[in-house]
Every structure is written in structure tokens, then in C-alpha cells.
Ligand binder design. Sequence first.
Ligand code: URA
Length: 188
Amino acid sequence: MYNWEELKKILKDCRGCGLCDTRHNVVVGRGTETARILFVGEGPGEQEDLQGKPFVGPAGKLLDLVLQACRIKEEEYYIANIVKCRPPMNRDPLPEEAAACMPYLRNQFALIKPEAVICLGRIAAKSLVDPNIKITREHGQWVDKKGVRFMATFHPAAILHDAQGGNAKKKMLFDDMMKVRAFLDGKN
Ligand code: URA
């Protein structure tokens, strides 16, 4: 296991999978390195790749709005992704890319020591909670794994891309985040 400084240095030069060939920046994470909550997304999009920070594009703006509405502050969370480099054309990360990057997420988890991990979307939920998970059915449910709580919820990009069901999903994302707020407040 590496400390933060070592980990960031190693990640900067990582050539562990093919995504290194097309990336502009490795996106390590943002937020508070001792937070109680770890959010995990899928992988950097265009803006994240250019700026080197997760969730700073349109999906990130929506996530920020929902977090603000639920009074979840940056001091209370860290946010990272399953893969740290942008998959070309925002395709899903390949299983071998996710596997190559997983030791870095595990290292981040070990440094942060979060009390709860919130998976944003299917890719993170399948990797971290259950390979057969159905977000529409199981979102918002806490699952205990070795004393750490895990929850899957909707990816904000899935809300933006869903013209018909987007509003309903946004409300469900909000309700799930209110459960995170309640947890932070010691209420569940
Ligand atoms: N989508 C993700 O899953 N992660 C990001 O960092 C941005 C968009």
C-alpha cells in the first residue's frame, strides 16, 4: 500500500492498461482524503480527462446540485472512479481495464477508511456490490460488507441521458442521497 503522495506519483505515469494511450490526464479523485463517504463513479469523461478531476462535466454539475440539495458537503466525501483514465468515446471500461485499475481504488479506500461507499451507476455497483445488481430495483439499499456500508444509486449521466424517465430517476437519486445525509447525521 502506498501513501497519498506515492500513489499520486505512480498514477501519473501509469501504463497499466491501454487507456493510457489516449488520456490527457489521470483522474485520481477529489474531495476530502479522510472523508466518511466515498463516492465511486465509472471513469472520467471528456471534461474530467481535460481537467484531471472527477465529475466536473455535465454529470458532475448535476451531482453537485443533488449533493447541495441534500446538504452533503465536500468535507464529508471523496469521489473517485473505477478507472482513472477516460475510455475513448466514453465507452464502458473493459473488464481488464477495470481490473488493472482496481488496486488503485483499493489503495484509496485503505487510505480514506470510509464508513460508507456509494456506487454511482451500474459499472461501479457491479464491481463493488454485486455483479448481478439491478440499480432500478436495488438502488438506495444499504449492504454491509465487512463493517463498511455500500449503496448503489443512479449515475447522474444516466439521468441526463434519459429523456423520459430522467425526472423520476433524479428524484430517486435525491432520496438515496438523503439516506446518505441521514447516515452522516447518525440517523440510520
Ligand atoms: N462520469 C463518471 O463516472 N465519472 C466522472 O468522473 C465523470 C463522469
